[in-house]
Design a protein around this ligand. Structure first.
Ligand SMILES: Cc1cc2nc3c(=O)[nH]c(=O)nc-3n(C[C@H](O)[C@H](O)[C@H](O)COP(=O)(O)OP(=O)(O)OC[C@H]3O[C@@H](n4cnc5c(N)ncnc54)[C@H](O)[C@@H]3O)c2cc1C
Length: 405
């Protein structure tokens, strides 16, 4: 019976261990943390957006994204649901096809996976950080806590460098390189923006439905409508996370990035302009801020007044056509310079990773080293927000586990 080492007891490593053990292989799972699945516990704000009803290749990215096709075909949404139900986990559907555990708790997902791993007699070694992998006579020698272990096959399921406070590290990339594989430089994705607009602090905590356009080197490159959250440092919310891959890529390549916010996307500029003109009839003795507050959140009203530099006008009734135009412009085309993203520390995932052109897409086996496999986010495949990243982690873990010999 083949002795298999899986490095990393996260989403991909746990599923890989289950599939390999179900085949009767002798599996040892190494985890550097004191517990398995620490990142899974943080997913979906603790509710774990496990997958999505609308899994398709278009929701994934990477330099050779077609690589993901086979894993997604073998482990589609139906297979994903069946897999988790086989562990005893019920699934519910949320907004935009997002799938969650019925319990609303990420811990249920980890508990079910761990129970299955244990009942299949997988040897789970916690507090066991693999520091080096050597190949010797067609075997893998793993260095862990001043000891060495020998295996016939090895799976690298170490995840990416996103959010190091959850235990993420670059060890998977280092192992891959030490074994002759190439790594496409990782950069943060699904991450917030840092902006340098001085008055942004005033509007911190305001959440709106907005249309956000991303400009790289002054060229519009993406547009998204949905949640936008103003924060003390800049911008967050689903729109920003969706734009962040392109913004982050531009930022690491020293290109200029800015966003254009339409804070009232349901009103055209003309409609907003005539609404504001009409609202002058209810201006009476209202201050500018109070008058705007009847239309937009209070904090945003103050921000718009500062941004448009019309603070000298104390009363709304003194607004002229020029000022109305400025307000319309600020609400429909608010331009903010993006200084940076919040980086790996805050990113949910990494773009880049182990170059998949050197890995067989049908088995996830290295094309150059016999019995070496990769799965999960360590690979140069990343997905959109909405359950797509966990889905790829499960799917690639499943495929690697089934391919192991
Ligand atoms: C805050 C947050 C929220 C998220 N929410 C969602 C969501 O709701 N839906 C979604 O689809 N995706 C979400 N993601 C992304 C998703 O969690 C990851 O894409 C997924 O966990 C990747 O799985 P993985 O197995 O590749 O890596 P991980 O789950 O990170 O597992 C890798 C494991 O390897 C271990 N390890 C690393 N190096 C070593 C070593 N040298 N020796 C031993 N062990 C090692 C790590 O400690 C870790 O446990 C979120 C991510 C974050 C950070």
């Amino acid at each position: 019976m083949s002795r298999v080492a899986i490095i990393g007891a996260g989403a991909s490593g746990l599923v890989c261990a289950i599939e390999a053990a179900r085949k009767g292989l002798h599996v040892t799972l190494f985890e550097k943390n004191a517990k398995v699945g620490r990142k899974i516990l943080a997913t979906g704000n603790g509710k774990c957006n496990i997958s999505n009803e609308k899994i398709s290749l278009e929701r994934y990215h990477g330099e050779s994204v077609n690589f993901a096709k086979e894993a997604l075909r073998r482990f589609d949404t139906l297979t994903c649901k069946a897999f988790f139900r086989s562990l005893g986990l019920e699934i519910r559907e949320g907004e935009e096809g997002r799938l969650y555990p019925m319990s609303h708790q990420a811990s249920s997902v980890v508990d079910m996976l761990l129970h299955e791993v244990r009942s299949l007699h997988v040897n789970v070694l916690l507090d066991s950080e693999v520091t080096k992998i050597e190949t010797k006579d067609a075997a893998f020698v793993l260095h862990v806590n001043a000891q060495t272990y020998v295996f016939d096959a090895c799976v690298i399921a170490t995840g990416s460098v996103a959010m190091p406070n959850l235990g993420s590290s670059d060890s998977g990339y280092r192992f891959a390189q030490s074994l002759g594989h190439s790594v496409i430089a990782p950069y943060p994705s699904l991450v917030q923006f840092v902006c340098d607009e001085p008055h942004l602090r005033e509007v911190s905590g305001v959440k709106m439905d907005a249309n956000v356009e991303l400009y790289v080197e002054h060229q519009k490159c993406q547009s998204v409508q949905g949640d936008l959250l103003f924060t003390a440092y800049g911008l967050s919310g689903s729109t920003i996370l969706d734009l962040s891959r392109n913004a982050s890529h531009a930022s690491v390549h020293h290109q200029s990035v800015h966003v254009m916010l339409d804070l009232l996307p349901d009103l055209s500029r003309e409609a907003l302009s005539s609404l504001l003109q009409k609202r002058l009839s209810v201006a009476k003795d209202k201050s500018l801020a109070l008058w705007l507050e009847g239309l937009i959140p209070k904090k945003l009203a103050h921000f718009i007044i500062d941004y448009t530099k019309i603070t000298h006008l104390k009363e709304a009734s003194s607004l002229g056509t020029k000022e109305i135009k400025k307000i319309v412009f600020a609400l429909k085309a608010l331009r903010l310079h993006v200084k940076a993203t919040k980086g790996f520390e805050s990113a949910e995932v990494c773009a880049g990773g182990v170059d998949v052109r050197e890995i067989d897409a049908k088995t996830l086996r290295s094309k150059t080293i016999e019995n070496l496999y990769f799965c999960g986010e360590v690979l140069d495949i990343d997905g959109d927000c909405g359950g797509f990243n966990l889905h790829f982690a499960w799917a690639s873990g499943y495929l690697a586990g089934q391919s192991l010999k």
